[in-house]
Design a protein around this ligand. Structure first.
Ligand SMILES: Nc1ncnc2c1ncn2[C@@H]1O[C@H](COP(=O)(O)OP(=O)(O)O)[C@@H](O)[C@H]1O
Ligand SMILES: [Mg+2]
Length: 453
């Protein structure tokens, strides 16, 4: 590490060790590829918060300039403005010609636009799927000066939402095509009342200072009109992302010559709306190599070092990124269980009868069951309680404080345990955390609860 950077860390060590809570900081650093999962374990093994922070600082001191920058960015993101300010002058200058860690066009401009637009962050373990992301970007470019719809479709859990978000992490795309910004809406399966609520929330988001109206729209027609004037006048040149559309009728409310990106399981979802349509299939699932890469990232091994069984496990996961991630999270905790999990997947030990017999559901159910079975007994109960979450609604930790009658920190620790196992997902904007389940997981939980009561 650059000498100046190092001295800034040493000089401010005391304040850093005293004040930071490390787990979310480490998530950022892992995402940036400057901290390994093993190192994370090592930090977490310390007893007190202060000792954990001290261990993290010690590890960073032994690393390169990128680690310093990643740490600094993590502090900024997690709302530690004062601490970040202490380190700011020590930020090393890195030659732009060094290709390492170039953030795929993810500049601070991109970060700001996506954060403001509610675009979800990358999952902690993440692999790129450049061809697919590029295909989405090519279609998005066609919306530059023309309204229209880009539809990303494919089966549940195949990575559509992650890909849609990834395609947007591109400076020139945002700057050239969508200077008005991006607005991400998780739609999901809705009835009329549900859709109206989504529309009201969106209008509120777009008109926080109430320039256009003092009250929320009362019905879908009014909401449609309001949305049109807001988007066309207040946010011209912006992209609306409608994530996980189930029913074509929902799109009528958005059929006003906007620029829209949709994810859906249904390729014909835009058949009855007007305007140009561009479709991107995500049919193939992960390649064998990419699935192995996910496993290798979870267990922190080179792909070539993975045991033989890894190939068979990947085959049983049938290319579903969601299933691979669930198994990967299990293997991270129990690195000797390759054979065991493979057998469980093969024996379909957890197979349950389902309305839908499509194979992705089966594979998912098995993976989910295994993950939940491995939780400590009391955590199983907490996890079951997550069925109070509603589809496509992200809830803050407060909700669980009330439900479980606990302090925020306790709740966050429990939920973090689930996140580590890919059993729950979290969006972080500065200091506020919002938790959500993949809707397949919610289906699974709801049914499970039904079976036992
Ligand atoms: N590129 C990726 N790298 C790593 N994991 C991924 C990737 N894409 C998807 N996943 C995993 O699969 C899960 C489901 O992905 P998601 O995009 O939500 O699926 P969909 O929207 O198609 O239902 C994610 O939460 C994540 O755990
Ligand atoms: Mg999705």
């Amino acid at each position: 590490m650059d000498l100046k950077a190092r001295s800034y860390l040493l000089r401010n060590r005391e304040a850093l060790e005293r004040d930071i809570k490390i787990s979310y900081i480490m998530d950022h650093m892992i995402t940036d590829g400057v901290l390994t999962l093993l190192e994370e374990e090592k930090v977490k093994a310390e007893t007190t918060q202060r000792e954990r922070a001290a261990m993290l600082v010690k590890l960073i001191l032994a690393k390169d300039d990128y680690a310093y920058i990643s740490f600094y960015n993590a502090l900024v993101h997690e709302g530690y403005k004062d601490l970040a300010a202490l380190l700011q002058d020590g930020i090393p200058i890195i030659s732009p010609y060094n290709g390492k860690n170039s953030m795929d066009g993810e500049t601070s401009y991109v970060k700001t636009v996506l954060c403001e637009g509610g675009v979800p962050q990358r999952p902690v373990v993440f692999v790129t799927r450049p061809e697919l992301a590029k295909r989405i970007q090519e279609k998005l470019h066609k919306l530059k000066s023309d309204p229209g719809w880009v539809v990303v479709y494919g089966m549940a859990g195949c990575g559509k939402s992650v890909l849609a978000a990834e395609a947007l992490r591109d400076h020139s795309l945002l700057k050239d095509c969508f200077p008005g910004g991006v607005h991400w809406v998780s739609v999901g399966k809705q009835d009329k009342a549900g859709l109206l609520m989504k529309l009201q929330n969106l209008c509120l988001r777009l008109d926080q200072d109430f320039t256009y109206s003092q009250r929320p729209p009362l019905n879908i027609e009014e909401a449609k009109d309001r949305l049109r004037s807001l988007l066309l006048r207040k946010y011209p040149g912006s992209l609306l992302v409608l994530d996980d559309i189930w029913d074509p009728w929902v799109l009528k409310a958005f059929d006003s010559q906007f620029q829209i990106l949709i994810t859906s399981r249904d390729r014909s979802v835009t058949d009855s709306v007007t305007g140009k349509k561009y479709k991107v299939p995500v049919e193939s699932g992960l390649t064998h190599e990419k699935a192995l890469e996910i496993l290798s990232l979870f267990v922190n091994m080179e792909i070539t070092e993975l045991p033989e069984k890894a190939d068979s496990i990947v085959r049983e996961c049938k290319g579903s990124p969601l299933v691979v991630s669930l198994i990967g999270a299990l293997l991270r905790d129990f690195p000797n269980r390759w054979e065991y999990y493979l057998k469980q997947l093969q024996n379909k030990q957890f197979k349950r009868i389902r309305k839908s017999s499509s194979y992705d559901y089966e594979a998912l159910d098995e993976a989910m069951s295994i993950s939940v079975e491995m939780l400590p007994e009391n955590f199983k109960d907490y996890y079951r309680d997550l069925s109070v979450l509603q589809k496509d609604v992200k809830v803050p930790s407060k909700v669980f404080c009330i439900l479980w009658d606990m302090e925020t920190e306790e709740v966050e620790d429990i939920l973090q345990e689930f996140i580590n196992k890919s059993l729950l997902f979290c969006d972080r904007n500065g200091k506020s955390f919002h938790y959500y389940l993949h809707d397949l997981q919610l289906d699974f939980l709801t049914e499970k609860n039904h079976d036992t009561t």
